[in-house]
Ligand binder design. Structure first.
Ligand code: DLL
Length: 437
């Protein structure tokens, strides 16, 4: 039987949910217009006023917010609440330039932990669970966000943070952790370290894994589920909107339910910025509906996904977003072909002879882009057998070609030779002068 954290809201009929969202959207728009000069300027420049929003059709007249707005208003320019109401500050470093700084009021923190608690419970967590939180505690929203959600459902928390992987394994065994929270790539590293120490899934008490903060394929989740003997959950979020808790899978694993009473999700065409109907793939755009510290309207996440609004067998009515297949700025354009790293991951992790550890490099030779993939072989002995090695390489290349319609240089390397990640993995190295497009 499906368990709920807050059954009334999680199963609210869609019609009522949509009405609630529209009311909250109007209120949130009025709130930012009155309290954040940068939003007022944007509204005024676009010739819209909060009072113009009456129907869903009016929502699309509201200007988008982007990462640049955070940079331009660094550090506190987008805060809508005065500092005496701000209870917590987080920041995400990003790859370039200034950090994105976000603030939460006490009420924001309470809503945030509710959203996290919902997906924990929907995936089968209970007060009996012992959560090992292997996200880095700090400015990153992952650890504190999950931590508060676990406490809210009454579970025990081990705030071990990320890193020191041998210790993670020791604690997991000694303290009998039943749930692991980390990035999927760190979970893979932890699982590998467990097996390297001569132990396996029968030596641990883990039953659930909550793996978010980066894209991962269903194949990667299947590998983690098998190695650790657990059920995995994917959960999604971003600092600008809340952190973890924006959405998370229920036990049906048919997409991640969005906390729609707190967040409005739209899908737009990333080129035309026109809204796309439910079920079509495009860029996810999110609006906070109840935030006080740093509300955001129509934030362009750059994450690519689809929304499904039909009822879920679990009974929840909130829309589900599919696994994120990539980011608009992650997409590699190689000789005119669009390639997402997740496509490469799906091919590799489906081949048992190669490991789930890989590295993608994009370079340029004679004015032509070249894509190369380094992947570890599962059995190091293979490297001593030239014929079998060449045969495997040919098969990997063939599968990548049929998935990507592109020739890829494949290099098979020794087990354990590629870099391991304790947080978000960085598997793509773009060496082209122009960088990513
Ligand atoms: O990663 C928040 C988070 C922490 C989510 C812990 C889930 C668990 P940021 O560091 O601001 O926040 O990074 C946000 O990470 O725009 C996505 O591109 C990516 N991302 C986060 N979760 C997922 C996921 C946190 N489940 C950016 N699948 C987002 C795919 C994800 N990508």
């Amino acid at each position: 039987m499906a368990e709920f954290f807050d059954k009334n809201i999680e199963t609210l009929p869609r019609k009522e949910l949509k009405a609630l969202q529209l009311e909250r959207f109007k209120r949130q728009a009025r709130f930012v217009y009155d309290n954040v000069p940068a939003y007022k300027r944007k509204f005024d420049a676009a010739g819209v006023k909060p009072s113009h929003i009456r129907t869903w059709g009016d929502v699309k007249s509201i200007p988008f917010t982007t990462k640049d707005d955070f940079r331009d208003n660094y550090p506190y320019g987008l805060f809508a609440a005065p500092m005496d109401k701000i209870a917590r500050i987080h920041a995400s470093s990003g790859t370039t330039g200034k950090a994105t700084v976000v603030g939460y009021t006490a009420r924001d923190l309470d809503c945030w932990s509710d959203c996290v608690a919902r997906f924990l419970v929907s995936s089968g967590a209970s007060p009996r669970d012992v959560f090992q939180i292997a996200f880095g505690y700090g400015l990153f929203t992952g650890a504190f966000g999950l931590h508060a959600g676990c406490e809210k459902i009454g579970a025990a928390v081990i705030p071990i943070s990320s890193g020191n992987t041998e210790r993670q394994v020791k604690m997991m065994i000694d303290l009998k952790s039943t749930a692991l929270v980390s990035t999927p790539s760190y979970a893979l590293y932890i699982a590998e370290t467990l097996y390297q120490s001569g132990r396996g899934k029968e030596d641990i008490s883990l039953r659930l894994g909550f793996f978010g903060a980066e894209a991962s394929t269903p194949e990667m989740h299947a590998i983690l589920a098998g190695r650790l003997g657990i059920r995995t959950n994917d959960n999604y979020g971003l600092s600008e909107v809340m952190g973890p808790g924006v959405s998370g899978e229920c036990a049906e694993k048919m997409g991640m339910h969005i906390a729609e009473d707190h967040i409005l999700a739209e899908i737009v065409d990333p080129d035309t910025l026109e809204p796309l109907p439910d079920g079509e793939r495009g860029e996810l755009v999110l609006t906070t509906l109840t935030k006080e510290g740093i509300p955001v309207l129509r934030y362009r996440t750059k994450d690519i996904t689809r929304l499904h609004c039909e009822p879920c067998p679990c009974g929840r009515t909130h829309a589900r977003m599919e696994k994120v297949t990539g980011r608009t700025d992650d997409m590699l354009i190689i000789r005119g072909v669009n390639v997402f790293p997740s496509q490469i991951e799906s091919v590799l992790v489906n081949m048992p002879e190669v490991g789930a550890h890989y590295e993608i490099t994009v370079g340029r030779e004679n004015l032509t882009d070249r894509l190369s993939v380094k992947v570890e072989v599962s059995d190091g002995n293979l490297l001593l057998d030239f014929r079998r090695l060449e045969d495997l390489k040919k098969r990997v290349r063939g599968k990548l070609r049929s998935e990507l319609q592109l020739d890829v240089d494949v290099k098979l390397v020794e087990p354990l030779s590629l870099k391991r990640f304790e947080g978000k993995a960085q598997r793509v190295i773009d060496k082209r002068e122009e960088g990513k497009r």
